[in-house]
Design a protein around this ligand. Structure first.
Ligand code: SF4
Ligand code: SF3
Length: 553
């Protein structure tokens, strides 16, 4: 196996990437190789798809299949094999259509040849290693081949994040044929061995633009389905009675579950990236959406173990459920999978509801403070006139966007420390699960503008971009002249996609941590630093001084 896509990847001496029997996330070498094979197959589907008229069903399949290769999404070899079997069918169908369009036959690629000769799981597994992402290249040194691989991985991993957002958007009935065709063009180029480093650099920026479209679609879908989020206090306590916990990013699943649990006496709790759901009018209207339970994804093994009801995992990030012995009351959806864990397909949630009714639920209430969510772009832009007035009269000197992913490493305390250390005349907008490190800080207000505002999930970086564009127009300055600094915590490929979007918009001086992605070579990291003035987070005091007094440091 070779996998280097997330922040928890193995780094040993000069050898980078998880390259053993199992990755640090628990993904087996078998699943990793199958996922690389699947990536090659999606590339081939995309190759034909980009040459043919748009086909929504095929595009949506590609988004979901690529989503299954993200960090902490699908650990089930059988499910990846099923995706591969469907890939084989899609390639065949599209190729026939392409040959008909061209009026002549097209010879088989190596991948088509191999897929055609892989009728058993064993045969597929034997071939899977052929498609390892670092085939013939060892990631570690800083030679030309490594730079090529680094740029290819930057593009591919960003595209994976976009595929996830496109899938979330498609679930909410948002699909755009032009965006999908662009996805296929980039995916086909990513798996074409003739794409060179310079082309990959442009493609990485193109992924950023594509991801902006994906986040726009997702925002439109969520707002149309559930209304514009408004500031809402969310309890962090529990109430007595039967309970279901919903984690991941998919509001559509939460909505289905809320509808189907009306009148059952079951309370529904959000977890992780599902917390912002409480701000949406068409979700918070259900009184049995009671509270948020637990923190960020990496704490789930202890938190899920103590939750007295079933858990629905709608998207990333999933960890091994056997560690907390809750595998029998865990249910997965969409691209998510763990071998032996019940996977729900379709809109019927009666099985998880029956499971909740069978389990004890909470015996007693526990009081806890609340946090406020709901500062999506509608609320932020509503606040903007006040914000602009406070910026103009000097009461608000700076806006910090501190967000992204959370993770295990103690170096991530940086994000809580900097949130506590920013001057009192500054605001913090947060998003993603990285907020769990400081979401309950009471930072007060500046003349009616809250100092800590949660704009939502990681994809709600879109809201920050909307606010920034609004401020640019009203303050008559450029994006990089705004008193606004983005401090990003990354863990997985959705964050890579968001970073590429910010870079594609020309946003400079972004701070990123806790480390730079290991798949970047020194040369490629230097290139990004030089082009975009990208900084790695360092010491809180030094970073704050550099951000607030750029000339003096
Ligand atoms: Fe390693 Fe991360 Fe890949 Fe898991 S997803 S195998 S931890 S790089
Ligand atoms: Fe979190 Fe996985 Fe990235 Fe959506 S749930 S931000 S880590």
């Amino acid at each position: 196996m070779f996998c280097i896509q997330c922040e928890e990847t193995a780094i040993k001496e000069s050898k980078k990437g998880c390259q053993y029997n199992r990755g640090n996330c628990g993904k087996t070498a078998e699943v990793s190789d199958l996922q690389d094979y699947l990536i090659a197959a999606i590339g081939q589907v995309s190759y034909f798809a980009q040459l043919l008229p748009p086909n929504e069903a095929i595009s949506r399949w590609c988004f979901q299949a690529l989503f299954a290769t993200l960090t902490n999404v699908n650990f089930d070899a059988q499910r990846i094999l099923s995706y591969l079997a469907l890939a084989r069918q899609h390639i065949r169908t599209l190729k026939v259509a392409y040959e008909k369009q061209q009026g002549h036959a097209v010879s088989n690629s190596l991948l088509e040849h191999q897929l055609a000769h892989s009728n058993t799981a064993d045969a597929v597994l034997q071939q899977a290693a052929t498609f390892r992402l670092n085939k013939n290249i060892i990631m570690g040194a800083n030679n030309d081949k490594d730079c090529w691989l680094a740029l290819r991985l930057l593009t591919l991993y960003g595209l994976k994040g976009s595929a996830a957002y496109l899938e979330h958007a498609a679930v909410l009935q948002q699909y755009n044929a032009a965006t999908a065709q662009q996805f296929h063009r980039i995916m086909a180029a990513c798996t074409d061995p003739d794409t060179n480093s310079a082309a990959f650099f442009s493609l990485a920026i193109a992924v950023g633009r594509l991801n902006y479209e994906a986040m726009t679609l997702l925002d439109t879908g969520a707002t149309r389905a559930f209304g514009a989020p408004t500031p809402t206090a969310v309890s962090l306590g529990v109430c007595p009675g039967k309970a279901i916990l919903v984690s991941g990013h998919d509001f559509h699943d939460l909505a289905l579950l809320l509808q189907q649990t009306v009148g059952t006496g079951i309370s529904v709790y959000t977890h992780g990236e599902m917390l912002p759901a409480h701000g949406y009018p068409q979700l918070k209207k259900y009184p049995h959406l009671v509270a948020n339970f637990g923190g960020a994804w990496y704490q789930q093994q202890s938190e899920f173990a103590t939750f007295p009801g079933p858990i629905l995992m709608t998207s990333n990030c999933l960890l091994n459920p056997h560690k907390g012995q809750y595998q029998d009351r865990l249910f997965t959806r969409s691209s998510v999978g763990w071998p032996g864990v019940k996977h729900l397909v379709g809109d019927d949630f009666s099985e998880i509801i029956a499971c909740a009714l069978h389990l004890p639920g909470f015996m007693a209430a526990s009081a806890a403070p609340s946090v406020t969510v709901g500062y999506g772009h509608h609320s932020l832009v509503n606040l903007a006139p006040k914000l602009i007035e406070q910026i103009r009269n000097g009461h608000i000197a700076h806006i910090f966007v501190i967000g992204g992913c959370d993770g295990k490493k103690s170096a991530r305390n940086y994000y809580a420390e900097i949130a506590k250390a920013v001057p009192k005349d500054s605001l913090i907008i947060t998003l993603g699960c990285g907020k769990y490190r400081f979401y309950d800080l009471d930072l007060g207000h500046i003349n009616g503008v809250p100092r800590l505002m949660d704009s939502g999930q990681c994809n709600d970086a879109y809201s920050v971009i909307e606010l920034a564009s609004f401020l640019v127009e009203k303050l008559e300055c450029s994006l990089n002249e705004l008193p606004l600094t983005i401090i990003l915590s990354w863990f997985e490929q959705k964050a890579t996609a968001v970073l590429l979007t910010l870079l594609s918009l020309g946003i400079k001086r972004i701070y990123i941590g806790p480390t730079l992605p290991a798949f970047l070579t020194e040369d490629v990291a230097a290139l990004l630093q030089q082009r975009f003035d990208l900084h790695r987070i360092g010491d809180v005091a030094t970073d704050l001084a550099r951000i607030l007094h750029p000339v003096a440091v």
